[in-house]
Design a protein around this ligand. Structure first.
Ligand code: ASP
Ligand code: MG
Length: 428
């Protein structure tokens, strides 16, 4: 939702008479602005922070002028804005830490949901605001506390009373210390899935401005096709690569409760989008996708030969620096690992140096092939390798899951890799 027009369009889309919970993220651009503001506050650049806060506040005053018709709603809208901006401004004096930042980031969703609820009510819809901070919670390990959510969302629905449309905030939550926190950027999708699972919804719908998952990356390959249906297994493999489309954790809660997830396009609402469910359409390759910004780390050690516990020690280094590993490939005396978070690369490199020689290659991309694939099928591997003829492959992961084959290539070769896989493996 980027403008009053878009907010009205969303209202039209959702008011079909069917009871639902509507999870909203902040108006577009807002979270980015709030991240910027927090950055200035961390840098103690209060002047610039105040300037940016002022700009954002002006923008919201314009939104209110364009959104509501009655003076009463406009007044209520301005009150919402004032409260949030007073909170944001309170951090321009005194010290600033993570809790301050999370509190600032939360204002985007707090504002959008309150304005949207006012809009719904002004237009005669039976809508109520459901405060997410009362039921969305993560535990000490930053994992969603599904028991707490299930119990408390039901309590909260009772508390606010009967409505056709419950409007709630995506992204924001409380943590184990009962402080404001969030589910990471793009987390509104994840909120929707957690709520859908908690209330045993019929379907969870994620609305964006694209038609759902495509069978290849439309930014690099021509004539890609929308995928109508994916199984939970296939979607789980693809989610990491389509983080811009779908927050990677979204599928899990839905899958646990076996609730279908549908990706829909607000620009094309009659299209069925991509449906993700427990059903499978049978075997075959469904999609290829790529992720940039990958770094490969190779550890070579004579000590690895015939030793047990070697990999455990290597993995422990990544665990120590809270750096997730994606691909792994091993030989008798070496192991290659890929990561996308290089914040602690220097430390990781130093620690790994105790085991053997370490080599690092950056500027890599993972290209993955997703589908229900019978990898043992005679000739299948040769088909994949044939498609990749001429591509300099740095790593391969084959057989880790029947739903994914991944290759690591230099990012400069990504486009031709995607194209080659499309031409040779996907049905036209
Ligand atoms: N507003 C948050 C963000 O921009 C959450 C979301 O949009 O899903 O990341
Ligand atoms: Mg999103």
């Amino acid at each position: 939702m980027g403008s009053p027009e878009n907010m009205r369009a969303v209202m039209k889309l959702i008011t079909d008479g069917e009871q639902k919970i509507v999870v909203l993220s902040a108006m577009s651009g807002t979270t980015n602005s709030l991240v910027e503001i927090s950055k200035y506050l961390h840098q103690k650049n209060k002047e610039t922070a105040r300037l940016e806060i002022g700009k954002l506040e002006t923008k919201y005053k314009q939104v209110i002028a364009g959104l509501f018709t009655s003076e009463e709603s406009k007044k209520s809208g301005l009150k919402v804005i004032k409260k949030s901006f007073d909170t944001i401004k309170s951090f321009t004096s005194g010290s600033f830490g993570l809790l301050g930042e999370n509190t600032i980031l939360a204002q985007g969703e707090l504002i959008s949901t309150q304005l949207f609820t006012l809009l719904m009510v002004e237009n005669g819809h039976k809508a109520k605001l459901l405060p997410a901070l009362k039921f969305m919670r993560i535990d000490e390990d930053k994992i969603a506390d599904t028991h707490f959510i299930r119990k408390n969302i039901k309590k909260e629905i009772k508390e606010v009373g009967a409505a056709n449309y419950y409007i709630t905030q995506g992204f924001i939550c409380k943590n184990a210390n009962n402080e404001i926190d969030n589910l990471q950027r793009g987390g509104s999708d994840y909120t929707a899935s957690l709520i859908g699972a908690a209330i045993d919804a019929e379907e969870i719908q994620i609305w964006t401005d694209i038609d759902g998952f495509h069978n290849n990356d439309p930014r690099f390959v021509e004539n890609t096709k929308k995928i109508d249906h994916l199984s939970f297994n296939e979607a789980a493999e693809l989610a990491y690569f389509g983080a811009k489309i779908l927050h990677p954790q979204t599928v899990l809660p839905a899958r646990v409760q076996n609730i279908p997830v549908r990706l829909k396009n607000t620009m094309n609402p009659t299209d069925g989008g991509t449906l993700i469910s427990s059903e499978t359409d049978g075997q075959g390759i469904k999609a290829v996708a790529a992720k940039d910004g990958i770094t490969a780390v190779k550890i070579r050690s004579a000590r690895m030969l015939n030793a047990y516990g070697f990999l455990k020690n290597v993995f422990a280094v990544f665990e120590k620096y809270e750096t997730p590993i994606d691909m792994i490939s091993t030989s008798e005396v070496a192991v290659s690992i890929t990561i996308d978070n290089t914040q602690k690369l220097t430390e990781i490199r130093e620690d790994l140096g105790k085991f053997g020689t370490v080599e690092v290659d950056s500027g890599m991309s993972i290209v993955c092939i997703v589908g229900d694939i019978i990898q043992e099928e005679k000739g299948f591997a040769s088909k994949v390798f044939h498609a990749l003829d001429g591509i300099p492959i740095r790593m391969i992961s084959y057989g880790g899951s029947r739903y994914n084959i991944s290759v690591l290539v230099p990012t400069v070769n990504k486009k031709e890799t995607l194209q080659a896989l499309s031409d040779n493996l996907l049905e036209g």
